[in-house]
Design a protein around this ligand. Sequence first.
Ligand SMILES: NC(=O)C1=CN([C@@H]2O[C@H](COP(=O)(O)OP(=O)(O)OC[C@H]3O[C@@H](n4cnc5c(N)ncnc54)[C@H](OP(=O)(O)O)[C@@H]3O)[C@@H](O)[C@H]2O)C=CC1
Ligand SMILES: CC(=O)[C@@H](O)[C@H](O)COP(=O)(O)O
Ligand SMILES: [Mn+2]
Length: 381
Amino acid sequence: MKNIAILGSTGSIGTQTLDIVDQNKEDLQVVALAAGSNITLLEKQARKYRPTLVAVWDQACAKELKENLKDTEISVVSGMDGLLAVATHPASEILVTAIVGMLGIRPTIAAIEAGKDIALANKETLVTAGHIIMPLAKKCGVSILPVDSEHSAIFQSLQGNAHNKIKKILLTASGGPFRGKTYEELEHVTLEDALKHPNWSMGKKITIDSATMVNKGLEVMEAKWLFGVKPSQIEVVVHPQSILHSAVMYEDGAVIGQMGTPDMRLPILYALFYPNRRMLYAEELDLFKVGSLTFERPDRETFYGLSLAYDALDAGGNVPTVFNAANERAVAKFLDGKISFIEIPEIIAASMEEIYYKEDPTLEEILDTEAATYEYIESRW
Ligand SMILES: NC(=O)C1=CN([C@@H]2O[C@H](COP(=O)(O)OP(=O)(O)OC[C@H]3O[C@@H](n4cnc5c(N)ncnc54)[C@H](OP(=O)(O)O)[C@@H]3O)[C@@H](O)[C@H]2O)C=CC1
Ligand SMILES: CC(=O)[C@@H](O)[C@H](O)COP(=O)(O)O
Ligand SMILES: [Mn+2]
């Protein structure tokens, strides 16, 4: 039996993780869950999976849930202390990080320090604090197991092959709902259009990131930290069918990739049971139905958020944090109807110009950079 804790259990990755628990009842036990404010679903999950601890970010919601669960033995906590308690729950062996944004940094670090393996979906944490998290995981002897579909595909493609023989990583991208559009056409797209991802059903923030292709930029940075490759070794390949989830090209020219239906439950299952493979009860890939797989170069001029990510990686220091924080705030504003779609990369670019540079930032300096970026954006947009 493996004990798991989940940060973000009510979201897209969180609920799919619980589906994997349902499919593996004899081998997985949920010991702690955390969510933001959706206490209706969290209460249902708590009653079904019987964790000993649940956390709700919002204090008033936590109070209400505590009252609702008073007929049980389940403890209810709130705020950052709540997330930290879930992340470090004494009985858990692996933490699934399925919350959105760099809010995940502190709980992820705390879990690593407490010796928990990490099934990492929360890419923003590695983008901003990869230089802290990867060495810390090594020091603490814990594994960082990728959940992001492309990184899971790369991880699977690396099994049994020497990492120093990698020529390059072929990081696939769907191209999002606006693939093929001109910049002028992007000026008029709506929130509703941007939320229509062609292949994946995901939370709102990552769906917008896919539409701007900032998601692919974040994934380039994530790949750098997970696989120790140089940015120049990571090539983004637009593959509109989302069947090849990414591949590794080795020095001898062999390209080894992982294919499958667009279903996040496979990477979640692989991370939870690594190095073993388990049965997944899901639709099987039918190559005859897919028919053909196509590949294109990304349009890095129209979707220049992707180019900004490479610039942020080249600049190093706290610049990836500025990139990420600016994107988080810009996407929140776009979701609130306060800015247009094309203002998202504009805000990222302006923030990268404006915010001070800090080499090798500590955790505190990363959080200060986030605050400075937010302050700048609020003063202008
Ligand atoms: N969805 C996908 O297919 C993929 C997602 N990812 C990454 O995984 C992460 C999660 O994405 P996704 O599942 O789509 O996101 P969702 O928006 O669907 O879910 C977010 C989860 O985080 C919770 N949450 C939000 N704010 C807080 C908070 N302050 N404290 C505690 N919990 C909070 C939400 O709770 P509540 O419901 O109460 O708001 C919800 O459970 C992201 O980093 C994303 O980039 C990576 C690859 C694929
Ligand atoms: C499912 C997953 O891993 C997402 O990150 C997905 O890749 C987003 O699609 P894009 O390729 O359009 O960014
Ligand atoms: Mn992905």
